[in-house]
Write a protein that binds this ligand. Structure first.
Ligand code: A2P
Length: 283
């Protein structure tokens, strides 16, 4: 099955193209390559500064807009009701589309050290209220969050009318955020994995190398297939068309239950150093 159905009945492709860092002059070309490689689910964000490139690549691909599933995200430094509405308008203008398939709050708190850092609870609830209104107005098909831990979700759910459809988290072998994942599963919130290969930091791990040899695939494939088999939607990135294509085939590799367990018990490795409540640590 290439798609899964979110808690509001909307279908989402299980493999999307992550566009973070596709921000250089090459951004447009990389995104068009990804579309040509077969991706129809594109994951962008205001922060990535490539919404224009995504919109342009979609238009110039000649493929009808309805065939795409486009996600964008609210910048963490513009939380709050009014800001959310304004930021959303900027995003759809840059993308050049009239609705976004999935709109996420990118992080539950403003940047560490910003003056609003401690006011996140009210800001999050107000952003969510704005997103619920945009959903009801038909400008978004599904709303969700990103990098939310259970306490951030508890706060949101105090006043939310709509349960988030998705929580997008850093997830890969060596960084499995079990508590947040279990919480989302219990609430019916679909889980998306950003950096499912740990931004390539985990690809030299000995267990993953052994499994790659055993299954006759790359360590990258082991990471992606592991994430899919864990039930996550994956958002791999690559600048190379051959890898883009290969990553789209990650459903073809089936990892045994025993090997899934081995990957689950790997010690922490490859974490980006990003945490919603703390200053980023350089890996
Ligand atoms: P490249 O752009 O040179 O292909 P993540 O999606 O976890 O953040 O990881 C992205 C990183 O993984 C990029 O450095 C990308 O490099 C690399 N990568 C993507 N796909 C593959 C693959 N199939 N094999 C090896 N490395 C890959």
């Amino acid at each position: 099955m290439k798609d899964i159905v979110l808690n509001n009945g909307i279908s989402i492709p299980r493999i999307g193209f992550g566009t973070y860092k596709a921000t250089t002059e090459d951004g447009y070309r990389i995104i068009l390559d990804a579309i040509n490689a077969g991706y129809r689910h594109l994951d962008t964000a205001a922060l990535y500064e490539n919404e224009e490139d995504v919109g342009r690549a979609v238009r110039e691909s000649g493929i009808p807009r309805e065939e795409f599933f486009i996600t964008s995200k609210l910048n963490r430094n513009y939380l709050g009701y009014e800001n959310t509405k304004k930021e959303f308008d900027k995003s759809i203008k840059k993308l050049g589309i009239d609705h976004i398939d999935l709109y996420l709050m990118h992080w539950p708190r403003p940047d560490f050290g910003s003056s609003d850092f401690d006011d996140w609870e009210e800001l999050d609830r107000e952003s969510w209220r704005a997103m619920e209104e945009l959903l009801k107005a038909g400008k978004i098909r599904a709303i969700g969050v990103s990098n939310f831990l259970p306490h951030h979700l508890d706060n949101l759910l105090q006043t939310a009318e709509i349960i988030p459809a998705v929580n997008q988290l850093e997830l890969h072998p060596g960084y499995l955020q079990k508590e947040a994942v279990d919480y989302c599963r219990e609430k019916g919130i679909a889980i998306e994995a950003w950096s499912p290969m740990g931004r390539a930091r985990v690809l030299k791990d000995p267990l993953l190398s052994d499994l790659a040899a055993k299954y006759g695939v790359s360590a990258a494939r082991i990471c992606l297939s592991f994430c899919l088999q864990s039930g996550f939607i994956i958002l791999p990135k690559s600048t190379h068309i051959d890898r883009m294509k290969d990553n789209l085939n990650a459903l073809d590799t089936v990892i045994s239950d025993e090997d899934m367990k081995k990957i689950c018990s790997m010690p922490e490795t490859g974490w980006s150093g990003e945490h919603p409540d703390r200053e980023t640590i350089k890996p």
